[in-house]
Design a protein around this ligand. Structure first.
Ligand code: SAH
Ligand code: SF4
Length: 349
């Protein structure tokens, strides 16, 4: 099999095979492609989950609007800035601001102001990624002007029909596509991604996701295994959840994306770590090159649970940093401190 120019049929085989030798060759090939195209430096994006207030009701998500068991919060500006300043001191290079989705003016200007302040306090050193859902083009432009330069908006699945079963009526697949196009037009490095192992998702859906990423010409991928949350409608439709299988599938997906897309940034997400303590390191070995350490203050972490069993709820950012650095060294990689680590795919343009 020529791992460097995979066809649909071969991807299907690689998703389904139980042949250990073939799988090992796939992971080795993916790691070689990673070395060649993006290198083995891991870039950190410290993620600040600054609010769990959300106006949406995605069926899979623990902080969906209708989950009344969640204590809602919006971090005061000073605390956001404190977290960003810490990331800057640690030479993290970049931060991610993530929250539930809100489209009111109060929120938009709150974020705009936070962006300006983060740029200011870090003397422009920190790169800023946003992960704040679907917004109007005008909002995307305002935040871009205020200093954000990357945006993560997952398509969740490229299968429009499956997308419909994961969201209430007020969600629209074409809207999501339009938002991705608007982000790109605005000038962001755009990242998208899917949940892997969703109820009703087929191997062909995952292959189509990979082809979709190529077609959409994205710079970054943030994908993770789907993990049930006990207070959600999708949990009820999740039969026989098997953590080991879910991890295996997610790793194959990362490797295949690396093999097919080559020079994009791929995140090894916290959701992988929720399935296995060293899940993120294994993700790096499968082809990912970005890690998003959670730097949200510990007091908020229990209230920002998108899925069950989220790891490190009581470990502050400093503990995480030491622990992570050791883990990354243990697999023979190093951290790209003080660099933005932008996607070579984007920079090539
Ligand atoms: N509100 C923003 C950002 C926060 S949610 C948005 O929706 O884009 C970020 C991502 O978390 C979502 O895109 C989704 O893919 C993921 N997510 C939510 N619930 C999840 C679950 N139960 N398992 C795995 N990932 C989940
Ligand atoms: Fe809100 Fe994002 Fe969760 Fe959907 S996935 S309910 S938009 S936080």
């Amino acid at each position: 099999m020529n791992f460097n120019s995979l066809q649909r049929e071969e991807m299907r085989q690689l998703f389904l095979t139980q042949d250990k030798n073939l799988l090992e060759r796939m992971f080795t090939a993916a790691y070689d492609v990673k070395k060649q195209y993006v290198g083995t430096k891991v870039y950190f994006r410290g993620i600040i989950e600054f609010s769990n207030i959300c106006q949406k009701n995605c069926f899979y998500c623990g902080i969906r609007k209708d989950n009344k068991a969640v204590k809602r919060y919006l971090m005061p500006l000073e605390e956001i800035l404190e977290a960003a300043a810490w990331a800057d001191e640690q030479n993290y290079g970049s931060v991610v601001l993530q929250s539930g989705e809100r489209t009111d003016e109060e929120f938009i200007s709150y974020v705009e102001n936070a962006l300006r302040k983060i740029k200011e306090l870090s003397c422009e050193r920190l790169g800023i990624t946003l992960s704040l859902g679907e917004q109007t083009k005008e909002t995307y432009e305002r935040w871009f002007k205020a200093g954000a330069h990357r945006y993560l908006l997952r398509i969740e699945t490229s299968n429009a029909e499956l997308y419909r079963t994961l969201h209430p009526e007020d969600h629209s697949f074409p809207e999501r596509l339009r938002a991705l196009a608007n982000l790109k037009e605005t000038g962001y490095q755009v990242g998208t991604g899917v949940m892997i192992g969703l109820p009703g998702q087929t191997t062909d859906d995952l292959i189509n996701d990979i082809l979709f990423f190529k077609e959409a010409d994205v710079a970054m991928l943030g994908m993770g295994p789907y993990l049930p949350h006990h207070d959600t409608p999708l949990k009820k439709r999740t039969a026989n959840f098997d953590a080991e299988k879910q991890l295996d599938l997610a790793l194959r997906m990362i490797a295949l994306c690396r093999l097919y897309l080559k020079d994009v940034n791929i995140a090894s997400t916290t959701a992988l770590q929720a399935l296995k303590h060293n899940g993120r390191e294994i993700g790096l070995q499968a082809g990912a090159n970005i890690i998003m350490p959670v730097i949200t203050a510990v007091k908020y972490r229990e209230d920002y649970l998108l899925y069950d069993n989220k790891p490190c709820l009581d470990e502050n950012a400093s503990v995480c940093r030491t622990c992570l650095e050791g883990r990354i060294k243990s697999i023979g990689e190093m951290v790209g401190y003080g660099e933005w680590g932008d996607s070579p795919h984007f920079l090539k343009k």
